[in-house]
Design a protein. Structure first.
Length: 82
């Protein structure tokens, strides 16, 4: 996906991941329904690419994200691995 920062810079983010849980829970997640995040496993490994000098540091980091399915859509907390 392409993201735009508050100052107009463009970032490309790809985010392969893994999600699993009991069949009835995954049916809710796949249907786009809010589902308690402690009832399934949802992790991503986002990679960023940008030519914007002020965000070039993102090209050099490894991140892990923890996701959850909220009523408005997926939410990710993304953490840089040091």
């Amino acid at each position: 996906m392409t993201l735009q920062t508050h100052d107009g810079a463009l970032l490309y983010m790809s985010y392969p991941g893994l999600g699993h849980g009991p069949p009835e829970v995954m049916e809710r997640v796949n249907a786009g329904l809010a589902t308690p995040p402690d009832s399934y496993y949802f992790r991503i490994t986002p990679l960023f690419e940008t030519s914007a000098p002020e965000y070039a540091w993102l090209n050099k980091v490894i991140c892990v994200g923890v996701g959850e399915r909220a009523a408005a859509g997926p939410i990710y907390d993304v953490y840089q691995i040091l």
